[in-house]
Design a protein around this ligand. Structure first.
Ligand code: ZN
Length: 277
């Protein structure tokens, strides 16, 4: 399956993240990934285009200047026609003013987001809850290891994965806002106030209700300083979700088995070489 990673501008270390994404996807033997690198911030974006018709999978690792109207229209057409999209980490910080994009990601943060962007959405009393109180959208406390809590066990991406598993040290996005059109919430995690978080159970991994499109949004995976110092993306749980989400985006089903080195509730698991065991 052939896909493309869109990168080139980010307040995160995109030279590391896009390589880690590409290695993880390609080392599985399931994907061949092209990389579309945008001009750098402030430069002319008019010639930056992607031929989406070539791809079964688009991975968004981009948080920067607005795309051209042609590029936006091409992406909207790809998604409207049932395209597969992974929204990875800070990609959901992008494009506050692009309404259609915000419907594709369901929840976003930073970039001036506030109550005009949509409600806060979090897990409360056994269901997703929409909180329309005013305030900024997007925050996170200090990085730490945290336990992921399953909210769905029969979606192809998570079928067979444990109900609780420990993610390696990472940011835990909280107080995200947006249209909130989450289709299937797959995993949430509790954001503790003592770490600077929200005190809420935050939706971190989900699919988006957007027509025929298959959109997989994963807020995990803050990039480190180098491929070697990149623990959040080296987490076996992150890589497994990325790979299973990618296969589901590309073809609507998942053939990958649950890996033996998957983290448990008490033990993290790392794949420093971005390669399945
Ligand atoms: Zn981050």
């Amino acid at each position: 399956m052939t896909g493309v990673i869109i990168t080139g501008q980010n307040n995160h270390n995109w030279p590391v993240s896009h390589v880690a994404l590409k290695k993880t996807l390609e080392n599985s033997g399931l994907f061949k990934m092209d990389v579309a690198v945008s001009p750098s911030a402030g430069k002319d974006m008019s010639a930056f285009t992607v031929d989406f018709s070539k791809y079964k999978l688009v991975v968004l690792d981009y948080n920067g200047d607005p795309w051209s109207d042609d590029m936006k229209a091409a992406f909207e057409e790809y998604v409207r026609n049932g395209g597969g999209v992974i929204v990875y980490h800070a990609a959901d910080n992008a494009f506050t003013e692009w309404d259609e994009f915000n419907k594709m990601i369901a929840l976003g943060g930073w970039g001036g987001r506030d109550e005009k962007s949509g409600p806060y959405v979090y897990w409360k009393d056994g269901a997703l809850y929409k909180d329309y109180s005013p305030g900024f959208g997007g925050s996170h406390g200090a990085r730490h290891e945290y336990v992921m809590n399953s909210r769905c066990n029969n979606h192809p991406v998570v079928e067979g994965l444990p109900a609780r598993w420990k993610h390696a040290t990472d940011e835990l996005y909280d107080r995200m806002r947006g249209p909130g059109n989450i289709k299937d919430l797959l995993y949430s995690a509790y954001s503790p106030e003592e770490k600077g978080g929200s005190g809420r159970e935050e939706p971190l991994v989900f699919t988006v209700d957007y027509g025929k499109a298959r959109i997989f949004h994963i807020m995990l995976g803050h990039a480190g300083d180098s491929l070697e110092d990149n623990v959040a993306m080296q987490c076996t749980g992150f890589q497994t979700l990325l790979l299973r989400g990618a296969e589901w985006c590309a073809k609507g089903k998942v053939t990958q088995k649950v890996p033996a080195d998957f983290p448990t509730e008490t033990e993290i698991s790392l794949r420093p070489d971005y390669r399945p065991r």
